[in-house]
Design a protein around this ligand. Structure first.
Ligand code: HEM
Length: 253
């Protein structure tokens, strides 16, 4: 999502009022949850200074907050709950992301969850053996570079949050795109490709938990459809597009 802004509202609340303050925000939060202008919100309490609370609200834009939410149907109920605490607000301002963000390693990448480079190499080795034995796909891969399964394993690894070895060794996204140009991949071939890769994932024992499989298949749905589009006659792709990255929960592009 682009253009979101974050509103921070620090409060100073006495220990005596803290429990009721949190309870009021729990009720007020129902209005935030119902507001299409609100992306997410969180109320936190300072551990070193327990009279200090900070409310963070991510809005889709400043206008959405000030003109949409404040004038919309949820605001009255929201304000009724928090109104007793308005005098305890220390600041109420909007902050714009500056592009420094990310997540830490507390949540494993799809790459490490899958088993890293060795697991993806095994996946691709099994997959391309099946591709060669498949009458629908074999003709497309007739002139395939013998290193192809390894290259695709590196590609998948990088997309799934592993080291950037495909970019370093093969030229990144631009190279992958050019390898599909003009191949005229059909919809039945795309489906077959996906099916064989999912079968290979089962055969080599990639994790079968629904969260991993949803992310894995989600990427394949997206990537194979891109491959079909790119392979159509006359396509002039944008070779400057960055490597895609894929995580556990990916918003629609
Ligand atoms: C998520 C979907 C896909 C991914 C991640 C993917 C990945 C790749 C990569 C990384 C390469 C270039 C390897 C290199 O030389 O560095 C490549 C080439 C190729 N891909 Fe795909 N691909 C996808 C979908 C498809 C589909 C659906 C087909 C056809 C049914 C296909 C057919 C080919 C062919 C024929 C090549 C050239 C192989 C050769 O001759 O070396 N790809 N693919």
């Amino acid at each position: 999502m682009t253009g979101v802004i974050i509103e921070y509202i620090p409060y100073r609340i006495s220990d005596h009022d803290a429990a009721e303050f949190v309870a009021a925000y729990r009720r007020a939060a129902e209005s935030l949850a119902a507001a299409p202008e609100c992306v997410d919100y969180e109320l936190t309490r300072c551990m070193e200074d327990p009279e200090h609370f900070v409310l963070r609200i991510t809005w889709t834009s400043v206008e959405a907050h000030l003109e949409g939410f404040r004038r919309g149907p949820s605001f009255r109920a929201f304000f009724a709950e928090i109104q007793p605490y308005v005098g305890a607000i220390e600041e109420m301002r909007h902050y714009e992301p500056v592009g420094v963000h990310g997540s830490g390693a507390a949540t494993p990448s799809l790459y490490s969850w899958a088993g890293g480079a060795a697991a993806l190499d095994e996946l691709c080795a099994v997959f391309y053996r099946a591709v060669f034995a498949d009458p629908e796909l074999a003709p497309l891969f007739r002139d395939m570079d013998p290193g192809h399964p390894h290259h695709v394993a590196r590609w998948l690894g990088e997309v799934f949050g592993g080291p950037a070895v495909y970019s370093e060794a093969r030229g990144g996204h631009a190279h992958m795109i050019t390898r599909h140009l003009g191949r005229g991949i059909t919809e039945p071939q795309r489906r077959r490709w996906m099916q064989l890769l999912i079968d290979a994932a089962d055969e080599v024992g990639l994790p079968s938990d629904p969260e991993f499989r949803a992310a894995f298949v989600g990427y394949l749905e997206w990537g194979t459809r891109m491959a079909v589009q790119l392979s159509a006659p006359g396509v002039e792709p944008d070779l400057t597009e960055p490597m895609p990255t894929w995580g556990w929960a990916v918003a629609p592009r």
